[in-house]
Design a protein around this ligand. Structure first.
Ligand SMILES: [Mn+2]
Length: 562
């Protein structure tokens, strides 16, 4: 029945109702989200195709889908992903995008910067969900595009597309908040079907994380059984989790080891070493990269997975050709609302590689971890309650006024037994008052910090550092990244892999044919005749700001009717 309170059932006459509601709002500028899920006959055109524009506008207005339509979208997209191979073989022109992380309003901006999907081929490198509060919107929008443009719109899997991370971070909570557990499970089953890598023109390998010592040829990728939860180790894990050695860091301290005694015998990682930051998988160095590229006749690796201030990073640049061997692309601007970074996408066209950068777009506000306003207001309420309690207690106890310091020491006057009990209570309440005062005064910053934190945990030592420390942490990209570092790791792995880490510091080569590769390299260096001289590859890299958005962004006022 349409007279019931809003539910996830489609309602045909939503517009009439929506308009009525809007007029009732106290703040007229604040546009009400659609009260009812998008009607089935509006989501689909008469010919059965999805109306992507209507879907985009509805999600942009914070609208939801009916459960039936949501499940249907997920199911159709699952079938399309499932039919694709582990390794997609794509040709340019194509736009390549990095992490999205639930930033739906930035995804809309990205897809405008990257080109109209009706005419532009797309490849997304994973991490569609978690962190941001609009992951379900991202999933539906991307699925709808996959169904509509199956042969030109591609997505591969990121490390967040799994049950383990989405439960630890906020995607599962978001599904439960906006839809239900069955929908979450359907999305997880869909993620199990996503392809895990791609090549462009047979020259660029694209994956979310990077290389693996268990993958020495592209054929090794084809052997992986990808239809499962992402494992915690092995080639599948590495493709989604590995990072290139940070060359700046490597130059600074000759390796990425923290202890001093480790530093003594540390060499820069040129092959593979244990990935301390992620607490799983590896970091891969220059020798691993050049060996892999050469063996597979590739130019570069294009990956995502790490936030970048400019939205991209070029690493391990070939001195002769000036072509980077590793390109990182990151498409979530102002990541987690605190990094202040740009987002970017790569537009490949023949020998031209154009980087388009864009800044973040406004989006609706959610309290962290979908907290409700009552929970949020607790520090304020609690402060008032302790305030009242204090007044009542100190009315009975004239000494209380002298005890503002809250310390039980100082001048000792032996009180009567009952007075002593009362005094203890006043002291306790005073302490409580002071705590709530700190909490209240720093409420805004703590909440922004908590936004970085799944399970509401705040990075160690920050709270005790007081207001200044909190402000410092959320002030800029580097400190936000540092505070957020703990969340780059595989949850539940902290400390567990230490032994493995110590082992992995030694050189790890590709397990397959590593010795042969080494030998070949050595004989080449001896001046053994090479084959035909290599054709010098040309590649021009350009960078530009994306043109300004053509559509009004979220929160823009509707033009007043004449
Ligand atoms: Mn990632």
């Amino acid at each position: 029945m349409t007279s019931n309170p809003p539910t996830l059932q489609s309602v045909e006459d939503e517009d009439a109702k929506g308009d009525m509601e809007e007029d009732d709002r106290t703040i007229k500028d604040c546009i009400a989200p659609p009260r009812f899920p998008l009607a089935h006959n509006k989501l689909y055109r008469d010919d059965g195709s999805i109306d992507l524009e209507v879907l985009g506008e509805h999600l942009n207005a914070e609208g939801r889908l009916s459960l039936d339509d949501a499940f249907a979208l997920i199911k159709s997209a699952t079938a399309v992903y499932k039919a694709e191979p582990n390794l997609l073989r794509l040709r340019d022109p194509i736009t390549v995008c990095g992490d999205i992380h639930g930033q739906f309003f930035d995804l809309l901006r990205l897809m405008e910067a990257g080109g109209d999907p009706a005419e532009t081929q797309y490849l997304f490198l994973g991490d569609y969900v978690d962190r941001g509060c609009f992951s379900t919107e991202c999933v539906f929008f991307l699925c709808a595009h996959k169904i509509t443009y199956s042969d030109s719109f591609f997505q591969i899997r990121g490390n967040h597309e799994c049950r383990h991370l989405t439960s630890f971070f906020n995607f599962k909570d978001e599904c439960l908040y906006k839809y239900n557990l069955e929908l979450y499970d359907a999305v997880m089953d869909m993620f199990d079907c996503l392809p895990i890598s791609a090549t462009i023109n047979g020259k660029f390998l694209c994956c979310h994380g990077g290389l693996s010592p268990d993958i020495s040829t592209l054929d090794d990728i084809l052997e992986i059984d990808r239809f499962q939860e992402v494992p915690r180790e092995g080639p599948f894990c590495d493709l989604l989790w590995a990072d290139p050695v940070d060359d700046e860091k490597a130059d600074a301290d000759g390796g990425d080891y923290e202890d001093e005694d480790e530093l003594m015998d540390a060499e820069p990682t040129t092959w593979f070493a244990y990935n301390e930051t992620r607490q799983c998988s590896y970091v891969f160095g220059i020798d691993a990269v050049t060996t892999f590229l050469k063996k597979n006749n590739l130019t570069a690796i294009i990956r995502a997975h790490e936030a970048q201030f400019d939205g991209y990073k070029m690493q391990m640049i070939n001195e002769q050709t000036q072509i980077p061997r590793v390109i990182t692309i990151f498409s979530a601007p102002n990541y987690c609302d605190v990094y202040k970074n740009k987002g970017a996408c790569l537009k490949f066209d023949d020998e031209l590689l154009n980087i388009r950068q864009f800044v973040s777009s406004p989006h609706p506000y959610y309290l962290p971890n979908f907290m409700d306003v009552f929970t949020w207001s607790l520090p304020f309420v609690a402060e008032k309650v302790t305030d009242m309690l204090y007044s009542i207690l100190s009315y009975e106890n004239p000494d209380a006024a002298d005890d503002e310091s809250g310390s039980a020491g100082g001048k000792v006057v032996i009180p009567q037994k009952s007075r002593g009990v009362l005094k203890g209570k006043v002291v306790a309440v005073t302490k409580l008052m002071r705590m709530y005062k700190v909490l209240k005064e720093n409420q805004n910053n703590i909440i922004r910090l908590k936004q970085l934190s799944p399970n509401g945990q705040i990075p160690h030592g920050v709270l005790s550092g007081g207001a200044k420390e909190i402000e410092k942490v959320i002030a800029n990209f580097n400190s936000a990244k540092e505070a957020d570092k703990v969340h780059e790791a595989m949850p539940g792995m902290a400390g567990k892999a230490k032994g493995k880490g110590a082992q992995a510091k030694k050189k790890i080569f590709f397990t397959k044919q590593a010795a042969m590769d080494e030998a070949a390299k050595a004989s080449e260096a001896d001046g053994a005749p090479k084959g035909k001289p290599q054709r010098r590859r040309k590649m021009t890299i350009t960078k530009e700001d994306a043109p300004p958005p053509s559509k009004p962004l979220y929160g823009a006022k509707k033009p007043k009717p004449q």
